[in-house]
Design a protein around this ligand. Structure first.
Ligand SMILES: Nc1ncnc2c1ncn2[C@@H]1O[C@H](COP(=O)(O)OP(=O)(O)OP(=O)(O)O)[C@@H](O)[C@H]1O
Ligand SMILES: O=C(O)c1ccc[n+]([C@@H]2O[C@H](COP(=O)([O-])O)[C@@H](O)[C@H]2O)c1
Length: 190
């Protein structure tokens, strides 16, 4: 599951848990983006902070892990590169790439989108506020599933911190503490 995870929240974690169970996956690999090029113009928190929050959030689940492939690769982050890099580590493995309804709707704008569907099976999941559909995607390349609705976004978490509102129970406890320790998101101009 790829994401900017700025910060990781319980919406991400519920999605990963649900897809792991439905598809009986051995492992869900969280891949924090390096430079999310479609978020150019937005201030993105340092990759190491986003990576560490993702590690903290996933540490207690034996089926969850975190990969550095995207943050260790220079240049803009393209999923086609993510999947190729992961393949060198996971040789004899079927890949499922998890995306929320918003991200799935953008997939045809991704770099070398036509190659993506040969590299992984895509799982599109419901997200409050977005319509889940696989229009115009190659037949058989995507499975759509409904997951418990979590009306949480990283944007809302960042805004709440900037406004002095709590993010307890929206993000894991350790992530609340990490945000506070590192003074993340306090600048409301971002
Ligand atoms: N609440 C949610 N329910 C379902 N899917 C989600 C949810 N939040 C994020 N996702 C999915 O998780 C992936 C990573 O999302 P991302 O890290 O951009 O979080 P975000 O909350 O959308 O962030 P931002 O608000 O900064 O855009 C995307 O595929 C996105 O669609
Ligand atoms: O490959 C691309 O061109 C591309 C463009 C936008 C987003 N993605 C991927 O989609 C995932 C979710 O991204 P985001 O920006 O919603 O956090 C993450 O793994 C990104 O690397 C990929």
């Amino acid at each position: 599951m790829g994401g900017t995870f700025d910060p990781i929240h319980h919406g991400h974690l519920v999605v990963a848990s649900e897809v792991q169970a439905r598809f009986e996956l051995d492992e869900v690999v969280f891949v924090p983006t390096g430079k999310p090029w479609q978020k150019d113009g937005q201030v993105i928190t340092a990759a190491e902070d986003r990576y560490l929050m993702t590690v903290i959030a996933t540490a207690s689940n034996p089926r969850f892990s975190v990969s550095r492939v995207d943050i260790d690769r220079d240049g803009p982050t393209f999923t086609v590169d993510t999947l190729r890099d992961l393949r060198t580590h996971y040789t004899d493995t079927d890949f499922f790439f998890i995306t929320g309804a918003d991200a799935l709707g953008q997939i045809l704008s991704w770099r070398r989108a036509d190659e993506l569907f040969a590299l992984a099976h895509f799982v599109g999941v419901t997200r409050p506020g977005y319509q889940l559909a696989d229009h115009h995607l190659p037949a058989g390349s995507v499975t759509l599933i409904e997951v418990p609705a979590m009306a949480i976004s990283s944007t809302a978490c960042r805004t709440r911190v900037a406004e002095g509102m709590p993010v307890w129970y929206l993000v894991p406890d350790g992530v609340v503490q990490y945000i506070s320790k590192r003074d993340l998101y306090v600048d409301s101009s971002r």
